[in-house]
Design a protein around this ligand. Sequence first.
Ligand SMILES: [Fe+2]
Ligand SMILES: [Fe+2]
Length: 363
Amino acid sequence: MLRQLLRKLSRRRDAGVELEIESESEEHVDDAIYAEDTGEGGQPACSGAEETSSDSATTSQVSAPLSMKDRIKNDLSCRLADLQDKYSDVSEGTDIVALLDMLEDAENNVVRQPPLAAQRVLAVSRNPDAGLNDLVGLLERDPTLTQGLLRYANSAFYAGISSEPVVALMTAVQRVGMAGVEAVVLRSIAEGLISRPGPPFDRLVGKVWSHMVRCAPIARSIAPAFGVEPDRAFTLGLLHDAGKLVILDRVSTLRSNLRRAPELPTAFLSATLSGLHQTLGALAAAEWGLGDETVAAIANHHRNPVPEIDSTMCEVVYVAEQVDLARQKNEELVLAELWKAGQLTGSIESTSEAIEAELSQAA
Ligand SMILES: [Fe+2]
Ligand SMILES: [Fe+2]
């Protein structure tokens, strides 16, 4: 299974696009968040990403399979090289190379490191030997995480458990469980990626984040129909486009370094967002210690090309995204077409009720 996941990562071709910047005007950038996947601005297959690590000078050594993270880094390097190639003719007088260099620096925090408090909570929540008291002790030292957890525990999703509002951290942790705590912490980490790249892109950051926040509960509510654990689906929906925030965060840093607005042609930035966001989102998920299945689901969430493995998590986030797009655009979503395009393995019949319920909610 893992082998298949890894193979898929090395073979995947261009990512889909739901964000296409058509013009540098703020209005167009603002509208572009829901542009259809045109395939434009994409990149060719990165077939150069090797499946094993080997030392060419010592051919007698046995090659070892690369870790998921190393495979993603290889994929990223390949995609960056393709972008550099494609835009080399127009890079003069622009900041294209500077941005690509920043995105290439995968060893040096291309994905911003989470705050220490969040890292500690994540470590404890994933430690089977840790007790609830350890977790609560860490959480109560961080007002942001505390507020986030209480808000989550009191959300409509958990209203069925008890009508009593939760005010104590211990009760909140017991109510949402470790997966819920992890979802809250990962949300705070993803929020940390929200940057100010300057006009016209500030509004784009807001649009991307809103879309991610809306996809999370949609993914959670349709997850049981796909046999996926709801809190895991929530996290996946929330993080699926984190790669876009990573790119815009780098644009923001470039702006600070240059002390002026970076010179980035619209077509280039559009291609960068569309071509790299799945890979960078997967890298972020790997950095944050999410499992290989979640990482692979983020790396393939546009299902273009369709992954070679069956991953219900990938199917959930793909559908959640399309439900959000349809709801925002007030368009009909034809499930049979959606299933065909994404080559989904789950049955339409068992999931349609949950999807229809989400679609019926006002945008
Ligand atoms: Fe998305
Ligand atoms: Fe996406």
